[in-house]
Ligand binder design. Structure first.
Ligand code: ZN
Length: 243
């Protein structure tokens, strides 16, 4: 089983009728619902309202893949929580950052850049294009899929050049954006997927769900181990390796 934790700041759902109408149980539960329907995935959720954001080293140790959605409450996530997530990823935990989580502390801590981008809420249509049809995360997606309305995100997107660029999007207003990006950090894999503005029913779109399901399976750990900085003897000394 892949143990998934879906984290959401869960703010707009409580403060905006428009958002609550789309995600009455919160974005985290909408995502947990379709992931939890998979036989090989078991899902828990956590939100900003939970003690320590619902994130502790013990919880992360029992999490294979963390999904993160945040927007206007990034600053309320303690630095220690962001660092816990970073350390778990360096050890091998997989992480998926969704939509406006590009500005979350864990994302910026892992990638080391501002993650700034250009944006506009104008209900543009988005076309999400597959860049690498052979990659496991794009499996089941045709050349492209359309989202009738999404928030427009545009370049420049201030990120390290992805190890793999899996999706690029164009918007009806003219912008293009690197909408599916994959990095390795330490033993862990980091995937960013841009669709998912809170006022649109994006997480109910079958292709979006397919990408997220694929990503969960792809970033799940294959090797999870804290890599330390040991002082070691020569191998000819026949001493056991000490981590
Ligand atoms: Zn948004």
């Amino acid at each position: 089983m892949i143990r998934v934790l879906v984290w959401n700041e869960n703010y707009h759902e409580k403060t905006s009728e428009k958002v609550a109408a789309v995600y009455p149980d919160g974005i985290h539960n909408a995502i947990a619902a379709f992931l939890g329907a998979e036989e090989d995935i078991e899902v828990k959720t956590a939100t900003l309202e939970d003690e320590s954001c619902g994130i502790t080293p013990e919880i992360l140790a029992e999490t294979d893949v963390l999904l993160w959605w945040g927007h206007v409450r990034h600053g309320l996530v303690p630095d220690e929580v962001a660092n816990m997530v970073r350390d778990a990823v360096l050890d091998g935990m997989g992480v998926i950052f969704l939509h406006s989580a590009h500005h979350s502390k864990p994302f910026k801590t892992l990638l080391g850049t501002s993650a700034n981008l250009t944006w506009r809420e104008s209900c543009d249509e988005e076309i999400v294009w597959v860049v690498e049809p052979s990659h496991p995360i794009t499996r089941g997606i045709d050349r492209y899929f359309k989202l009738e309305n999404e928030e427009t995100y545009g370049e420049p997107f201030v990120i390290p050049t992805p190890d793999k660029l899996l999706f690029i999007s164009n918007f009806s207003g003219g912008e293009v954006f690197r909408s599916g990006c994959l990095w390795e950090r330490g033993n862990g894999k980091v995937f960013y997927f841009q669709p998912g503005h809170e006022t649109f029913p994006t997480y109910y779109v079958p292709e979006v769900q397919t990408v997220i399901r694929n990503a969960v399976r792809f970033v799940a750990p294959t090797y999870r181990q804290r890599i330390t900085c040991p002082h070691v003897r020569k191998i000819t000394d026949n001493e056991p390796y000490v981590r």
